[in-house]
Design a protein around this ligand. Structure first.
Ligand code: AMP
Length: 191
């Protein structure tokens, strides 16, 4: 199985690159942010529990996020592989994902981290705000999400670096050129 983690701060281009990777490698896309938003819009119990946290740009507790992710993996027993987008965001989530995949006799093949400066991120999200109606794209909430990224999520990188699975990619440039670089990395993964 080709299981990839696409890693990067809010606005780094994870969504855009995920779409291209899914198309090209025929992977199942799991975006925990998208799953949470779907729960919120269909007003499930889970959606009601997490909506304030998400609107405020805070991370949802690990136990809730991990359970939702595992359920989503289990819904796709025929998958050729998964692309995890926006997950893991904490070391506890990364450990839980490793254990869960191991129980299915598979593992993360590689982690692609999109590297983008904070200034570029703020500019991109301001643009996205103009076309998205995500409540968490306004400037205060965005700041909070970026703080969450640099205080909690960034610690996931050394976790994968120690496993020899991490590759950083410059996330500033043409979408196609970035995709070509990612493809080159993915094609070289031992799967
Ligand atoms: P995203 O679309 O990935 O930017 O996620 C939107 C929001 O959903 C985040 O700001 C968090 O509030 C929540 N969220 C998404 N994924 C996770 C995760 N792996 N752990 C905790 N919270 C998450």
């Amino acid at each position: 199985m080709l299981n990839l983690v696409l890693f990067g701060p809010p606005g780094a281009g994870k969504g855009t690159q995920s779409e291209k990777l899914i198309d090209y490698y025929q992977l199942v896309h799991i975006s925990t942010g998208d799953l949470f938003r779907a729960h919120i819009s269909s007003q499930t119990e889970l959606g009601q529990r997490v909506s304030k946290l998400i609107a405020d740009g805070e991370l949802v507790p690990d136990s809730i996020t991990i359970a939702m992710l595992e359920e989503e993996i289990d819904k796709n027993p025929e998958a050729k592989g998964f692309i995890f987008d926006g997950f893991p965001r904490t070391v506890a989530q990364a450990e839980a994902l490793d254990r869960f995949l191991e129980s299915k006799e598979t593992a993360i093949a590689g982690v692609i981290a999109l590297d983008v400066t904070e200034e570029e991120l703020t500019a991109r999200i301001a643009k996205r705000k103009a076309i998205s109606n995500r409540a968490d794209d306004d400037s205060e909430k965005l700041k909070k999400r970026i703080v969450e990224y640099f205080s909690k999520t960034i610690h996931v990188l050394p976790y994968y670096e120690q496993q020899g699975k991490l590759t950083k990619v410059n996330g500033i440039g043409e979408i196609e050129a970035i995709f070509e670089e990612i493809k080159g990395i993915v094609d070289g993964l031992p799967v």
